[in-house]
Design a protein around this ligand. Sequence first.
Ligand SMILES: [Zn+2]
Length: 91
Amino acid sequence: MSNSGAMSAHWKGTDAERIALLACLERNCECADGQGQTCSAHKILIAPNAQKMLDALLFYRRFREYLERKEDIANRIPLESTAPSSRRGKR
Ligand SMILES: [Zn+2]
């Protein structure tokens, strides 16, 4: 890779997160369609704002995992203990 003054993006996540990103790119890559053009998935990596986009991808990936953990914890709580006591007013 040349160092021509162009900014390059760096993945700030873990190795596992990098592998997941590469797998996602591979699943969505359309570069091999014979057109010789870079697909949208790979354009993310070479866009002028690539660092911002990679950082955002990492942020939202981790945020999703956080929400899934919270949801998993919430799903372990029996419904009876979280349901509002509106049953009394049921007609
Ligand atoms: Zn591609």
